[in-house]
Write a protein that binds this ligand. Structure first.
Ligand SMILES: Cc1cc2nc3c(=O)[nH]c(=O)nc-3n(C[C@H](O)[C@H](O)[C@H](O)COP(=O)(O)OP(=O)(O)OC[C@H]3O[C@@H](n4cnc5c(N)ncnc54)[C@H](O)[C@@H]3O)c2cc1C
Length: 293
């Protein structure tokens, strides 16, 4: 029996796979299991077809009308891990950030602890320059293998990117397939203790195990988004089943049955209220994709 090297579905439910659990369908959802299948698909894809790459879908709000064109999500075949030398590891872009953090204790390599509470996949962490606890992906990044939308492979290093606060400068349409990260040899027990401490802090400060998209807005220079929203009196504010978290005011939560339009309207309400009160503009960290209904 042969296993298909890819799954392709039309009008495929997409929003329900996101961390918010809201939003519409993808016109076409392509989930390759191998790099060869992905390259063949890209070579055959018309340059005019809109293309969206998604990973863990923990930093996106899929609008209720869904996403036009093709959405690509890498499958389990892109989650390989290869130790390269005493400091570097090669990882598939579908590796889960939290699993990388846990594995780093086994490898005896520190530098990846900050990934322990980030629910995305490695490709998304590169694209977003994900970070926490004072560290970010750029700190451990060596290089990545990427495919352009014609299916050609390129190796990129830090020099080819412009890593900044929650941004990498990765050109649109580039698909990260493999990443080489560098850590520093360290005592596994110390790494485990750091992971436990960071997880405990996150549990205390953030609504974990909730339908959310993480930090909604980037922190404006010299301010924290949560305190601006809190000072605007919006803690717990609701539009339908969309709520500004009681626990962390830079998190929007879907209490159950919220629509993406309610979540987006709630975020825009917070932005407008903070702007009117303080003159400070908040910018979305969560990426809003697709069309409204
Ligand atoms: C509860 C919660 C807590 C969070 N905490 C943090 C935190 O502490 N720090 C932090 O930085 N973020 C945090 N986030 C946000 C999110 O987890 C990160 O931004 C994460 O890196 C996104 O990865 P993803 O795989 O989910 O990407 P997605 O949400 O699927 O996509 C995000 C972006 O990455 C691009 N992308 C994804 N995969 C690839 C790929 N293979 N190649 C090219 N581009 C790709 C997409 O096109 C999109 O532009 C949190 C989110 C949640 C829900």
């Amino acid at each position: 029996m042969t296993t298909p090297a890819a799954l392709i579905r039309h009008n495929a439910p997409l929003g329900e796979k996101s961390w918010f659990g809201t939003g519409g369908a993808a016109d076409v959802l392509f989930e390759p299991k191998t790099k060869e299948a992905l390259i063949a698909f890209l070579k055959a894809l018309s340059p005019e077809t809109p293309l969206t790459i998604l990973g863990g879908m923990s930093n996106v709000l899929i609008r209720d009308g869904g996403v036009r064109g093709v959405v690509i999500r890498l499958g389990a075949g892109f989650a390989e891990v290869q130790r390269q030398d005493d400091r570097t590891v090669r990882l598939g872009a579908a590796c889960r950030d939290m699993k990388i953090a846990d594995a780093s204790a086994l490898w005896g390599l520190s530098g990846f602890e900050f990934l322990c509470g980030i629910p995305g996949w490695l490709g998304g962490a590169v694209a977003m320059n994900a970070g926490a606890s004072g560290s970010c992906l750029a700190d451990v990044f060596v290089s990545a293998t990427v495919l352009d939308r014609a299916g050609r492979e390129h190796i990129i290093t830090t020099r080819d990117l412009s890593f900044g606060y929650r941004t990498s400068g990765l050109p649109a349409g580039m698909i990260v397939t493999d990443v080489i990260l560098r850590g520093a040899p360290s005592d596994p027990e110390t790494i485990k203790a750091t992971l436990a401490a960071q997880r405990a802090k996150r549990k205390q400060d953030q609504p974990v195990n909730t339908r959310t998209g993480g930090s909604t807005f980037k922190n404006p220079h010299g301010h924290s988004a949560w305190s601006l929203i809190d000072a605007a009196g919006l803690r717990g504010y609701r539009i339908g089943a969309a709520q500004i978290s009681e626990k962390h005011t830079n998190f929007l939560v879907n209490l159950g049955g919220a629509s993406s339009s309610q979540l987006e309207a709630l975020g825009e309400h917070a932005r407008q209220t903070v702007l009117q009160r303080t003159g400070i503009e908040l910018f979305w960290e969560i990426q809003r994709l697709g069309d409204p209904l």
